[in-house]
Design a protein around this ligand. Sequence first.
Ligand code: PMP
Length: 429
Amino acid sequence: MFYNEYSKEKLQEELEGLYKEYNKIKESGISLDMSRGKPGPDQLDLSMDMLDVFNSESDLKASNGFDCRNYGVLDGIPEAKKMMADIMECNPENVIIGGNASLNLMYDAISRAYTHGIMGETPWCKLDKVKWLCPVPGYDRHFGITEHFGIEMINIPLKEDGPDMDMIEELVSKDASIKGIWCVPKYENPTGLSYSDEVVKRMAALKPAAKDFRIFWDNAYAIHHLYDEEEKQDTILNIIDECKKAGNEDMVYEFASTSKVTFPGSGIAAIASSVANVDEIKKRMSVQTIGFDKMNQLRHVKYFKNAEGVKKHMAKHAAKLRPKFEAVLKMLDAELDGYGIATWTKPNGGYFISFDVMEGCAKKVVNMCKEAGMVLTGAGAPFPYGIDPKDSNIRIAPSYPSPEELIDASKILIVCTKIAAIEKLLETK
Ligand code: PMP
């Protein structure tokens, strides 16, 4: 029975029981962190052998004979470009290998547009207004970049199959100050859902008023499935191909990295785009650096051999992550289903579950969890300016705690969600 069908007395009785449970948890002195999507230490252990790929005797030449110990090769060694191109399903000529983080490449792409403009268009710093589309809930660090540059962010609701394309088409066609959109097309952060073919096609066929409009296609979870069975793996259409087909070859920058394949902060990152965009980026990048860490690029390719090797490695990550996601989802299904007070996503991959509580309750739930010893991502964080208009979304990051800890964590979350919902309902009873 839904909580909103309970009588006032029954709700009060239920609340009393829940507070007893809550206080017991609080007194137990539990300490849990579900705030960031970090791989667990057991996942980091999976890549330790990569450190043995080289020693002081190793030949550190790339496939083209280039000595990776030295300066040069701005856009990456050929075998790393091929490996990342295969992961992003494009050609090596479309790829630039960057440094240790894709977020850095995204920041730099906006920074370049801001100071120097894109393909001869006015630098964004010289415009009165620059606006950006932000599918929500989304990745807080994306919104952090656009906020940092003073770009006005516009919320776009996310549906089950991707962002609201009617709204996007309408907005970009009319407003030339809209210069871009953040997209996490596969296993989104935080919903874990993926864009349908129709959404990708419509995105690729946009007719923006701004010539320098760019889709920032952050394919951070391109190969991060939770299941080995193909039917449980999401697939998305290739945006670079679709943009080309739609005559919008230059409209997209795609990003990926091995942060959640090997070591976050010590992986390799890549940007992929049309040859014209790649040429422009390289020209500007050559002022910024002589070249990125080619030894790390070579280390990654020697270890994995190719994209197939990377995908096999990802199955080992999935084996570690799957029981964690399942532990949380099983608890939510068992303890929260049928009360009409929360909904949650059931992703096939990625690092997050998106959890929606009753409107006006998310902050309260997050605070109550914190007081009971569990840190969650701040309520509102997955929204531009940290403001969730409905105060209902909570990002669950199950990757770091152990499955046993996640059972405790879910218990706390469930109790707090119920308390917040009942107190909200009692306001109007
Ligand atoms: N994009 C998304 C959507 C992410 O979730 C993350 C990591 N949480 C990143 C980018 C960061 O990737 P990188 O380490 O390559 O900067």
